[in-house]
Design a binder for this molecule. Structure first.
Ligand code: FES
Length: 131
């Protein structure tokens, strides 16, 4: 089947098999390996992508929100979406937002702290405009 979409601002039109997962399309056909391939079922959350926005990176750097980094791209996509709909989330709201994602390393405390950091420093960090 033919698919057309915009990825990172670039118009893309490709012929794909109907069963192709988005993560494989992004990684294998477009060479965008920043999207991590985790479980093939969308249960671990490593492959989360977010369109029309930018990730929240500085909070993860400031608060050591990663160790191996495998879950980090998906965590940042989820964090960005959370902060767009709720700019001042509580710890519980953050934990609920990332509950669909598995981190094997951090115990989540530093991830939650990173997202809280991003929420409190949102105006000081250039995160781009939202449509
Ligand atoms: S930092 Fe290793 S899986 Fe989250």
């Amino acid at each position: 089947m033919q698919v057309s979409l915009t990825v990172n601002g670039e118009e893309v039109s490709e012929e794909i098999e109907g069963r192709l997962l988005l993560v494989h399309f992004l990684r294998d056909q477009l060479g965008l390996t920043g999207t991590h391939w985790g479980c093939d079922t969308s249960n671990c959350g490593a492959c989360v992508v977010w369109m029309d926005g930018e990730p929240v990176q500085q909070g993860f750097m400031e608060c050591h929100g990663l160790q191996c980094g495998f879950c980090t791209p998906g965590m940042m996509m989820t964090a960005r979406a959370l902060l767009d709909r709720n700019p001042d989330p509580t710890e519980q709201e953050i934990r609920e937002a990332i509950s669909g994602q598995i981190c094997r390393c951090t115990g989540y405390a530093t991830i939650v702290r990173s997202i809280r950091w991003a929420a409190t420093h949102e105006s000081a960090v250039s995160i781009g405009s939202r449509p």
